[in-house]
Design a protein around this ligand. Structure first.
Ligand code: HEC
Length: 141
């Protein structure tokens, strides 16, 4: 077939570009997973546990505040990933950041109820992103 060679070259270039995009996404997934494991999971746990045990002193309140602030920073990082411009990713992250800021405010006035409420809202934001991205990202590994 006359068109064979050029067509083959085009296919080759196309598949190289695809492999390249896939590699970038894999790198991002690895980075996202690290961000989850090293920042988001421990930071959110510190916020979530107050539903079981309210902070007892300034030091414990401060710990909750620092971790809520870490979630806000982590949200900024999530928005800078290649997924950052996608609507659900963006919306879930912004929701997580808004709720984490509510936790920060609650720690300033040591309001356990408000902090727990905002913590529940954070959890909903985690779920909102995972419902779309957790499996998708796992399947590109
Ligand atoms: C904007 C999207 C997004 C938000 C918000 C988000 N996550 Fe994730 N999370 C992911 C993605 C994507 C993965 C899968 C990473 C991978 O393994 O490729 C993940 C993975 C995880 C995992 C599994 C990690 C592992 O070891 O496999 C846990 C646990 C987790 N997230 C907890 C949380 C918690 C808790 C929150 C909220 C405080 C949260 N995530 C918020 C996107 C998000």
């Amino acid at each position: 077939m006359q068109l064979g060679k050029p067509f083959g070259v085009v296919v080759l270039i196309f598949s190289m570009a695809r492999a390249c995009i896939a590699a970038n996404l894999n790198d991002t997934n690895i980075e996202v997973k690290k961000q989850m494991q090293e920042v988001i999971i421990p930071a959110s746990n510190t916020v979530f546990v107050i539903a079981n045990e309210a902070p007892k002193n300034d030091e414990e309140w401060r710990k909750v505040k620092v971790n809520a602030l870490a979630l806000v920073e982590s949200g900024k990082w999530l928005l800078k990933t290649p997924f950052g411009s996608q609507p659900i990713w963006k919306q879930a992250t912004e929701q997580m950041m808004t709720d984490a800021k509510s936790v920060v405010k609650a720690t300033d006035i040591k309001d356990t109820e408000k902090a727990i409420e905002a913590g529940d809202a954070i959890y909903a934001a985690c779920e909102a992103c995972h419902s779309v991205y957790l499996n998708k990202s796992a399947s590109t590994k």
